[in-house]
Design a protein around this ligand. Structure first.
Ligand SMILES: [Zn+2]
Length: 346
């Protein structure tokens, strides 16, 4: 009996992809330092994107001792009422992660550990939840001709096939749907403080459009509470994912920092996996808190290091079952390798 997987991805996945590419060809892309990225505005080599975002530039120059993520944490905790800087930060992040995604796609290196795994088990993957804005998971699937669609976006139609991907913190290629707002002038988009409202199902931007300012970037800044959580597309996405979880019995968590602000969403996902599901997760700064949360749901938990092949191979257990309870109506069996429980009705 094959396992059915739910996969929850955080920033560590993108870092893993970038490290793999960097091993083969040095690329200038580091998802940990988005602000030091040199991006030109609208492909004009003489104008940098940052120069078009003076409020963000000022904020960075006033906090040179902080690294980029510390600065974003400080800003979201203390200065979010500064709506212009906040809007500029979101514009910048949407474009910089589009650029990183473009570099990943252009320099893709074969045989990334996860690549073969996805190819082999594509039919067993019920859904992927990604908290990343970049397109590294989409690129991995595209390069391997594995169908997917982003849940609760314009890609999600009655004929959508393949793996469902849900991105509750938005994506660098999401934009508010046509007809909700319109700001045609690209420079004007950078100077406003437009706040995203619940305007409908995200539309998907083309590769060219991804390098242009958004009408409103559909992303949650790191360390920011997910203020989009009650938006219809997010609520709908979560309910679709919970449906998929019912058909699953294994949950892989990879590269999650498990920051305090993200915990309600991750805990909600964990709590919706069927009881006694198998959980496999990678180490993170908050591994003990994360493991405690998982253990409320299941005792079948393993922490592995996805970079080590022997560990990675444990993702798919070749279950060896032993009967532990035999009743008239049912038999319960336990895998002696991973601890997974299955019940058979006689
Ligand atoms: Zn097993």
């Amino acid at each position: 009996m094959d396992d059915n997987f739910i996969i929850i991805l955080g920033n560590g996945f993108t870092k893993g992809v970038l490290a793999w590419i960097n091993n083969a060809i040095p690329i200038n892309a580091n998802s940990s330092n988005p602000f030091s990225f040199d991006i030109s505005y609208l492909n004009n080599p003489d104008i940098s994107l940052m120069s078009k975002l003076p409020k963000l530039q000022l904020l960075i120059s006033q906090h040179t001792s902080m690294d980029d993520f510390d600065l974003m944490r400080w800003f979201t905790e203390n200065q979010k009422s500064d709506l212009i800087t906040y809007a500029q930060m979101r514009q910048y992040l949407a474009i910089v992660y589009s650029k990183i995604s473009k570099i990943i796609s252009k320099n893709w290196q074969r045989d990334f550990m996860w690549e073969n795994w996805f190819k082999k088990y594509q039919n067993n993957i019920k859904a992927i939840i990604s908290f990343n804005y970049d397109l590294s998971i989409e690129t991995l699937l595209l390069k391997n001709n594995i169908d997917y669609y982003r849940v609760s976006t314009e890609e999600d139609t009655s004929t959508s096939e393949g793996i469902s991907i849900f991105k509750p913190h938005g994506s660098c290629d999401y934009e508010c749907p046509d007809g909700s707002f319109s700001i045609d002038d690209l420079d004007t988009r950078l100077t406003g403080s437009i706040f995203h409202s619940d305007s409908g199902i995200p539309k998907i931007l083309s590769v060219k459009e991804q390098m242009e300012p958004r009408i409103t970037p559909d992303i949650i800044v790191p360390f920011e509470n997910n203020f989009q959580i009650d938006f219809r597309w997010v609520t709908r996405g979560y309910s679709q994912i919970v449906e998929k979880m019912r058909e699953s019995d294994s949950c892989i968590l990879y590269g999650l920092d498990y920051h305090k602000v993200d915990r309600p969403e991750i805990n909600y996902l964990i709590s919706n996996m069927p009881r006694s599901s198998r959980f496999i997760y990678s180490s993170s700064k908050s591994k003990i808190v994360l493991e405690n949360e998982i253990r409320k749901r299941s005792r079948v938990v393993s922490r592995i290091d996805y970079r080590i092949k022997e560990d990675f191979d444990k993702l798919h257990c070749k279950h060896r079952y032993q009967i532990i309870i035999r009743k008239k109506k049912y038999t319960t069996m336990k895998c002696e390798l991973c601890g997974k429980l299955v019940k058979h009705w006689n």
